[in-house]
Design a protein around this ligand. Structure first.
Ligand code: HEM
Length: 417
């Protein structure tokens, strides 16, 4: 039985270089080398003190396994927990977020919050987001060349999430900053000094949300936006308390801010770099939903994968993962696993994507799934309508220091209008 000291686990370290320049710009080649260079689909990666899993099937199995948790406080290297009486409001909010709740509490909160994340609620909210999308495109409508990263990828997700949650416009900046701080606060590469700075920003955001919830509770009706629906949610006598509502908003910000921003350039880049697929989509816009998921599979922007921590000793593929050890589910590799996908290195918007894990799977499957897809769809349909002849002006520029993504900092598109 293999354990993490076994020398045969080192292939991953030789072949998998997610922080390299090469991975940044040619991640599919790096993943391909890993698949071709070793039969192992789970291996120890010393720099991150984690087991990395690349097989699509095994990633799915692990995501569905409740002996593992995404709560990093169960990692053997987690910082010591703050005593309850010393916790600040931000820490209490994080304790209540969907990634930190234990299995039963998580299940209860997801059940109560289901309506707020439902397709019908998303449809209602998206109707209010149509103008955000069209405003954003108006700003670049007459440009010969424009940068997707600093326009569409910033404006649409940022304004959409604030509108979704029901943040008044005067508080949108503080809300944005909370999202920014939230994502980085929990990053496993964040230093204690940076964490202290992020805390200050986050506490201001939490106070703003607490005031908003108090106002809504005091109003005759809490409103029909996301917070309103959460405050009204009920299962028998069971209701969400204020910390739980805050915890859900926290999880949305943590999981839905950077991801949504990274999604937009990925979609446009994948299509314009494969003009025949862009042509196909223009001929048949009903392929848009499939094209979005395919672009997320093919152009996967994640670099660090999804994290799980073993609550007890568990065994996968003959490897024992000890209690407290970390497993990284490399969804970006799973999307290219040749035993799951035909010609995984090809971008094909008509591909059968059944069983994909682009939005995760199991108890923690993306709660913002409908919202992310709806936002992407509005954006892509508008892009195609405005710029049917668009081409890439140059290859994207990516941030080599981004903590968890192949984040695109510049994507210049030639509109050819
Ligand atoms: C392209 C955009 C997005 C992608 C690819 C994505 C992907 C994912 C994935 C893979 C997970 C599973 C995490 C895990 O198992 O550890 C997840 C969870 C989650 N996502 Fe998304 N997501 C996106 C956008 C969003 C948006 C826009 C929101 C909300 C506004 C959101 C809210 C959430 C929440 C709350 C969870 C945690 C669910 C839980 O733990 O129960 N996501 N997402």
């Amino acid at each position: 039985m293999l354990e993490n000291s076994d020398s045969s686990a080192t292939d991953f370290q030789k072949l998998y270089t997610p922080q390299s320049e090469e991975y940044l710009n040619h991640y599919r080649d790096v993943v391909n080398e890993l698949f071709e260079g070793t039969d192992q689909r789970m291996g120890w990666y010393d720099p991150w003190q984690a087991w990395i899993v690349t097989s699509h099937q095994l990633c799915k199995t692990i995501l569905a396994d409740e002996r593992l948790t995404p709560d990093f406080m169960n990692w053997k290297f987690a910082p010591p927990p703050t005593p309850e009486e010393d916790k600040n409001d931000f820490e209490i909010m994080l304790d209540n977020s969907l990634f930190r709740l234990d299995r039963l509490a998580h299940r209860r909160v997801r059940r109560l919050a289901a309506k707020a994340f439902s397709m019908s609620q998303t449809d209602k909210i998206m109707a209010g987001i149509v103008d955000i999308v069209s405003d954003t495109f108006d700003k670049v409508a007459n440009e010969e060349v424009f940068d997707v990263s600093s326009t569409i990828a910033v404006e649409i997700p940022r304004r959409s999430i604030a509108r979704l949650v029901g943040i008044p416009p005067e508080n949108s900046e503080i809300f944005d900053k909370l999202g920014w701080a939230m994502v980085r606060y929990n990053g496993f590469t964040t230093s204690p000094e940076d964490r202290a700075e992020l805390l200050k920003i986050a506490l201001a955001g939490v106070a703003m949300l607490q005031d908003l919830i108090a106002e809504r509770r005091a109003a005759d009706t809490p409103g029909d936006d996301f917070i309103g629906v959460l405050l009204e949610a009920q299962d028998g006598d069971d209701r969400l308390n204020d910390w739980e509502v805050l915890g859900i908003v926290a999880a949305m910000l943590a999981a839905g801010s950077d991801t949504a921003s990274d999604m937009h350039p990925s979609l446009i880049y994948a299509l314009l770099d494969n003009p025949e697929q862009y042509e196909k989509l223009k001929q048949d816009p009903s392929l848009v939903d499939n094209a979005i998921v395919e672009a997320l599979r093919y152009e996967a922007f994640g670099k660090t994968g999804l994290h799980r921590y073993a609550l007890e000793d568990v065994e996968f593929e003959g490897i024992t993962v000890k209690r407290g050890e970390q497993i990284i589910i490399a969804g970006q590799a799973a999307g290219l696993d040749p035993s799951q996908w035909d010609n995984p290195q090809e971008f094909d918007i008509t591909r059968d994507l059944n069983g994909n894990i682009v939005f995760g799977t199991g108890a923690h499957v993306c709660a913002g799934l409908f919202l992310a897809k709806a936002q992407a769809k509005l954006m892509l349909l508008e892009f195609m309508k405005r710029f049917p002849n668009a081409t890439l002006q140059e290859m994207p520029t990516r941030d080599p220091d981004h903590y968890n993504a192949r984040h695109v900092t510049k994507l210049l598109v030639k509109t050819n209008i």
